[in-house]
Design a protein around this ligand. Structure first.
Ligand code: NDP
Length: 281
């Protein structure tokens, strides 16, 4: 089994440490999830990112049980779905997620999307504060929050989120949002870190990969680590899971980081939904 000791960690604003490299299970089919997560654990991943909306928490839980890894060596994140922002719904939702995962607590619980048009994410956040106090989540954070949504949490609640999980890949870097989050002590988790598999075919990126004997996916993931972001690439394929984990034995130079920094296309690079208007429940 691959050594996991070398995965760097990031210290969150509540004092807990999160492994910077994990494994994401968005769009992993529920009936395949256990097998996929078991092979990810074999590859060395100890940090798993799921969500109630992925409908595969049970598969994650099954894989964790099969693997028998001590609980304190795992870091498990799940997310509150958009339809459950009201206090009673959120309290029921965390219990459901824990039951599906077969866990007493998650390491990180996130509000999945703000849905500002429904004006209930502040209520959801206050309920996550309660959930943290109850011990059912070690850390709490948000996903897809823009500065105005974060600002309302600062103004109206007691706790600053530990992370903001946002879409971020070479062509969509969201620098202002990143800077605003970091300034307030909120770490960045980059979702779709390799742009859902749409890898750069530029010669300057390929040259970086060749220099290190790595793939474009690997040097792209390394760019995230070297920029201090938390990532959890997804792959159904055991070989690509190992490939994405095998990024801990090199570092990019400042000039190489700048090659990636220059790929940003601003709003044109977005793949997923815009949090300002996303209203799916
Ligand atoms: P990723 O950027 O991780 O890309 C995954 C895709 O790339 C899959 O199609 C995969 O195919 C392919 N792939 C994986 N590894 C390689 C490789 N080495 N070379 C070439 N292709 C590869 O996209 P995701 O959207 O899955 O994002 C990762 C995680 O982020 C999610 O699983 C989820 O945990 C989180 N997320 C959170 C969101 C949110 O709103 N908070 C939204 C979206 C994602 P294959 O499986 O066949 O290998």
């Amino acid at each position: 089994m691959t050594s996991t000791s070398s995965v760097p960690t990031v210290r969150l604003n509540d004092g807990t440490d999160i492994p910077q490299l994990g494994f994401g299970v968005f769009q992993v089919e529920p009936d395949k999830t256990s097998r996929v997560v078991e092979s990810a654990l074999e590859a060395g991943y100890r940090h798993i990112d799921t969500a109630a909306a992925y409908r595969n928490e049970e598969g994650v839980g099954h894989a964790l049980k099969q693997a028998g890894i001590p609980r304190d060596e795992l870091f498990i994140t799940t997310k509150l779905w958009n339809a459950d922002h009201k206090r009673d719904d959120a309290l029921a939702a965390i219990d459901r997620s824990l039951a599906h995962l077969g866990l007493d607590y998650v390491d990180l619980y996130l509000i999945h999307w703000p849905l500002p048009m429904f004006d209930d994410y502040v209520e959801a956040w206050k309920t996550l504060e309660e959930i943290k106090a109850s011990g059912k989540a070690r850390s709490i954070g948000v996903s897809n929050f823009l500065p105005e949504h974060l600002q309302r949490l600062f103004d109206e609640t007691e706790t600053v989120p530990s992370v903001n999980q946002i879409e971020l890949h070479p062509e969509f870097q969201q620098r202002e949002l990143v800077q605003f989050s970091l300034q307030h002590g909120i770490e960045i988790e980059a979702w779709s870190p390799i742009a859902s598999g749409k890898l750069s075919d530029r010669d300057d990126v390929k040259a970086i990969a060749e220099k290190y004997g790595k793939t474009v996916a690997q040097v792209t993931l390394r760019w995230h680590l070297d920029e201090g972001r938390i990532i959890f690439p997804k792959s159904n394929n055991a070989e690509r899971q190992r490939e994405n984990f095998d990024i801990l034995d090199f570092e990019l130079t400042t000039e190489e980081l700048q090659v990636f920094d220059a790929l940003d296309k601003g709003a044109d690079g977005r793949i997923g939904a815009d949090p300002a208007t996303a209203d799916f429940r």
